[in-house]
Write a protein that binds this ligand. Sequence first.
Ligand code: PHE
Length: 359
Amino acid sequence: MADLLGQLESLAMGAREASASAADERALEELRVRFLGKKGELSAVLRGMGALPAGERPRVGEVANRVRDQVEALLAARKASLAGAALEAELSGPALDVTLPGRHLAPRGGRHPVTQVREAIVGVFQRLGYEVTDGPEIELDWYNFEALNIPADHPARDMQDTFYVDEATLGPGEQKGDVVLRTHTSPVQIRAMLRAGKPPIRVICPGRVYRSDYDMTHSPMFHQVEGLCVDEGITFADLKGTLAAFARAFFGPGTRTRFRPSYFPFVEPGAEVDVSCTICGGTGKKDGKRCGTCKETGWLEVLGAGMVHPRLLANVGYDPARHTGFAFGMGVERMAMLRFGIDDLRLFFENDLRFLEQF
Ligand code: PHE
């Protein structure tokens, strides 16, 4: 018995020394296994109890229990003091540097400048009470030309040479030349009037259009916004007031407008509309030098407009004696170039991030 009690005593001493020098939680776990585990030192001592006379066993059992409790307490105390020291070290170490730059997030997308400008244009007219509408980009010749008073042999077709859809993709009953990629958003005038059935109509129609052009200021695909207002008693004065209000809202409060007589087959009278130059304020001079943006004229051409031709109203079954209206159309890329000071329209379609990230 004295032998076993001696073993228990030295086990307790060994555990005290070992736990005092354990460096971390893993070392403590190893000690727990070594002293208290199934194959550990305490179990080995207890196995020796079998050889003792029955009367001596309770005494040894009692001491063994006490030693086990002691070792458990030693390990727990060491674990607590290691944790305390770790916290102390962290608190007395260098503080968190909140001035470090943040971590980079994935680059964020943005709206294309053409989209931004289209939304700005449409937004102005929505606030004036216009409803947004649209029509197909693959359009019937009838809507794109005929119904707009541009018959097949009309010279105005030359200004808007386009892409014709070939036989393979035509629908039943359609012939070569019947289906085109629309050259302007004006066919939506016809569609909107037919859709509404009768005036009043106030619609704004943004969309893609196509022409066989390609240079600094033209691309085979570009965007327009068409406006149409038809009701009783609509006059040219309403057109002027509306576009002047638009120009001030889009280009700034000091912007002036000028109407020059012009010809579009679907309006009468027709006009080209200029705004005072956004760069030189209409003076033609910038810092004492010639303003390149308006070529010293002080004016920038921004859109086409006019009173809806009576023949269009008749084409959709309206009564031109009772109803009048105005229409206008503008190029979105052109407006974006003026707003952002961009000199080559093709930049919009190259998808170069160095360009797009500037908006
Ligand atoms: N559709 C014409 C163009 O593309 C613009 C326009 C629209 C002119 C409406 C007058 C009225 O050039």
